[in-house]
Design a protein around this ligand. Sequence first.
Ligand code: DX5
Ligand code: ZN
Length: 219
Amino acid sequence: MKEIYIAPSILSADFSKLYDEIKSLKKEGATYLHFDVMDGHFVPNISFGSYVLSCISKKVDLIKDVHLMITDPEKYFMDFIKAGADFITFHYEAIKKEEVLPLIKKIKENNCKVGLSIKPKTDPKEIVEFLPYLDLVLVMSVEPGFGGQSFMENSLNKIKFLSTLKEKNNYHYLLEVDGGINNLTAKKVIKAGAEILVSGSYIFKSENRKNAINSLKEE
Ligand code: DX5
Ligand code: ZN
């Protein structure tokens, strides 16, 4: 049985007590901590920048998974590496296709793992040429911008497609899904081949986070 990893998204945390919100997540079963960075241009919402990551990165023993929903990842990725990112994921739709591979290489040269994300309307066939270079592929199962939206079922076929290609070619990327993940949708994405499940509102709004995180891992 494949191991399933959980990445709580701090977007749904109470920022007035951010450290209290995240300090027990590892004990409660999480492996990654997901940072949703939004610039108000690539998505219609603004969240936070590298300063927030730098304040907490050394204090939590979780893998820092940065999801850049910004129009200019090239300009800002280094700030997040300096702030303690373990993975930097940028959006395929944010830059020109010819800029994608050079940016993948630059992130790797700076000793950071690199991910590429696709929005719900993007066909995964468009990113096939980049798959051998990636440490992570992130399939969005909601339109990026806000937490608390409903899961889009069309992401399941994309996950299956990317999972099959991974196995067939022995690629090393981790397959991550983000948006509308709860105890019910988790089962579907795991069946389709997802390995890292990002979850914001389901975890942070639950009474018992340990139970919530465990319920996401059940197949
Ligand atoms: C959406 C973000 C997600 C979001 C997930 O743009 O990328 O990570 O926080 O939140 P839920 O789990 O509430 O859909
Ligand atoms: Zn995200």
